[in-house]
Design a binder for this molecule. Sequence first.
Ligand code: AMP
Ligand code: MG
Length: 281
Amino acid sequence: MGLRKKLVVEPGTRVRLKDVDAAFHGDYASAELAKDDLAKNVVRLAELQQKLYGEKKHALLVVLQGIDAAGKDGTCWHVMAAMNPQGTSVTGFKQPTAEEHQHDFLWRVHPHAPGLGEVAVFNRSHYEDVLVVRVHDLVPKEVWSERYDIINDFETLLTTAGVTILKFFLYITPEEQLARFAQRLDDPARQWKISEADYKERAFWDQYIAAYEDMLAKCSTKHAPWYVIPSNHKWFRNLAVSKIIEETLDEMNLKLPAPTVDLEQIRKDYHQAVKAEKGKA
Ligand code: AMP
Ligand code: MG
């Protein structure tokens, strides 16, 4: 079975995360054995993005969610490293500003949706409004519980404008999270990532899992599916995400646009210009 089929949350189904193996690594016995496939995916992603950019008939939105240290930043880096910065964007969604709080929860999100020809990555997203907001009672239940339908409608709206949406939930175990926190403490290159909230949020693990399960059940749709990415192994996470993006772009049948000029005439003009240049010499 292909990775995409294995990892997608079929619309209308409910995933129990405790039944998901966060350390799953498919048919690959080790990172070393996955290296070539990963490199191939990255090359393909670069080619496909170039076509998407040239053709300007489709857009791609990649949504990343996951608990602290699940690897959202690492996935962004990996996926975007494959692509030309021209025509791509990454938006990280943090605590809403005072101004953002004065608006509906999608107000700050919509301007970052990709236009035709573009790839956009959301590092956290509008889903925070049914995750952290729900876990910490930042708005009443009557308010957040309405948001799943609102989100589905919003994502439908984007697809009517040519946006293909892929949503990745990066799933790690609490033990793996603790190991990554320890790594951050010891590695000067990672210490800046430590936040006081990290350990406090761990106390809410079960509430987060319940919120993630609802998000996956209510908002995995045919046009904007959720994928649960086993992410204890960073290399498998990168491999799975890059493969799913690659296959999705591939299915768009992207084609570079035909030239808008008469190439024969331009060739004649070119040869004449070369001749004239030589005549001068
Ligand atoms: P980080 O991604 O580690 O930079 O942290 C960003 C923080 O912003 C996380 O703690 C998120 O839970 C929080 N955040 C993002 N969106 C929202 C939101 N809509 N409401 C409240 N907190 C949010
Ligand atoms: Mg953080």
